[in-house]
Design a protein around this ligand. Structure first.
Ligand SMILES: [Fe+2]
Ligand SMILES: [Fe+2]
Length: 384
């Protein structure tokens, strides 16, 4: 090659290498949160100015969170038609209802009260009189009304049961009663070991806290989110009662190693923890929104979800986000993984497309507080 051409080609090569290095460093500056596995998210981070202020101010914190996310397995369920009570055939429905009716909620003051509260015109003084006969109900009512979520803005502690009921409202009191009855039923009937039961409770309690925090952040009343969060995995307590041979089904999905856990449950038992939880909610006469949230909290095929009322969709996403956050932070009851949440669902209900940016140091603190509280109960030999 003649000498001038050789020099020109060297200069061009250096120029091209320079352009490639410059482009790469620019991309890595703009996308500091992105690993090679998250390239599909790249479009959302093109401009750092679009990130929430909290994220911009705590870059190291969020980099650490995204690293945690990279280490987890992620599953998308959008291709799966997950079983809900709407997709069960008559035989499956009858079988599931018959089996689950064997686990009734305890009758007693809590049941009587929750039946009483079905009538919105009931006299609150009568409700308070009945609630006062049960020390557990009274204690939990006062603890709830004076908790961080409901504490009166005056800061004054509420000590009267009647006042607590008026302050919380009948719906929230009913939610609390369901929680109490559920705890007793699970402790009595779940075939799982005490350790396994406690793991699910712990996960459920952290999801409940996170759901309440998310609801508050988006100006929704936290009561429903707190209860739906606590109940979301209730089907897991009873899942081991079901075996594929007894339900008489064939494998519902092609059996591969990579099946998402909720789909593997359907292959092993004929059902999944969502539909078991949903039917339990109907049997126990829980509010419909809670039953639907339990049924859909891992979504599956988004077309079914889209038909639900907007308010219910929002509660479901709140719980799904809380579940995602707790799995990401390591508060899971089993192997660590994440179920991705449909971007379309997040967008329609006005949630940010990156759930990890809903995590804040103060949210983590709230969850830790709950864990310490439960561990405190446990050391005193109480339920958890
Ligand atoms: Fe779940
Ligand atoms: Fe969960």
């Amino acid at each position: 090659m003649p000498y001038p051409y050789f020099v020109i080609s060297i200069i061009i090569s250096f120029f091209l290498i320079g352009v490639i290095i410059w482009k790469r460093s620019k991309a890595s500056q703009e996308n500091i949160y992105i690993s090679s596995r998250q390239k599909q998210n790249k479009k959302h981070f093109k401009n750092l100015n679009n990130l929430p202020n909290e994220v911009k101010a705590n870059k190291i914190y969020y980099q650490r969170l995204l690293k945690k996310k990279e280490a987890l397995k992620t599953y998308s369920l959008k291709e799966y038609a997950i079983t809900t009570s709407r997709t069960l055939n008559d035989n499956q429905k009858e079988f599931l209802y018959t089996e689950l009716k064997k686990f009734p909620l305890p009758s007693g003051a809590a049941w009587q009260l929750s039946e009483m509260l079905r009538d919105p015109m009931v006299d609150s003084k009568e409700v308070a009189a009945l609630a006062s006969t049960d020390p557990v109900i009274s204690g939990r009512l006062l603890a709830l009304v004076n908790s961080a979520y409901f504490r009166p803005s005056s800061g004054k502690e509420i000590t009267s049961i009647h006042h607590a009921i008026l302050y919380l409202g009948f719906n929230q009191v009913r939610n609390l009663l369901f929680q109490l009855m559920l705890e007793q039923t699970v402790n009595k009937h779940s075939p799982l070991s005490k350790e396994e039961v406690n793991k699910i409770w712990l996960h459920s309690a952290t999801v409940s806290v996170a759901a309440g925090e998310i609801a508050k952040k988006f100006q929704d009343p936290p009561g429903l989110a707190l209860t739906a969060g606590l109940m979301h995995d209730v089907g897991k307590f009873f899942l081991p009662y079901f075996k594929q041979e007894e339900t008489g089904g064939l494998l519902l999905h092609e059996d591969t190693e990579e099946l998402p856990p909720v789909i593997a449950e359907e292959n092993a038992t004929g059902f999944n923890h969502q539909v078991i939880g949903e039917v339990l909610c109907y049997i126990w006469r829980l509010p419909k929104e809670i039953a639907t949230t339990v049924a859909f909290h891992h979504f599956g095929d988004y077309s079914h979800f889209k038909k639900l009322p907007k308010r219910t969709q929002k509660v479901i996403i709140t719980v799904a986000l809380a579940d995602y956050i707790c799995h990401l932070l390591g508060y899971a009851d089993e192997e660590k993984y994440l179920y991705l949440i449909s971007e379309e669902a997040l967008k329609t209900c006005g949630f940010p497309s990156h759930p990890e940016f809903l995590i804040t140091p103060s949210l983590e603190k709230e969850i830790e507080k709950m864990i310490n509280l439960l561990k405190g109960y446990s050391s005193k030999g109480l339920k958890l």
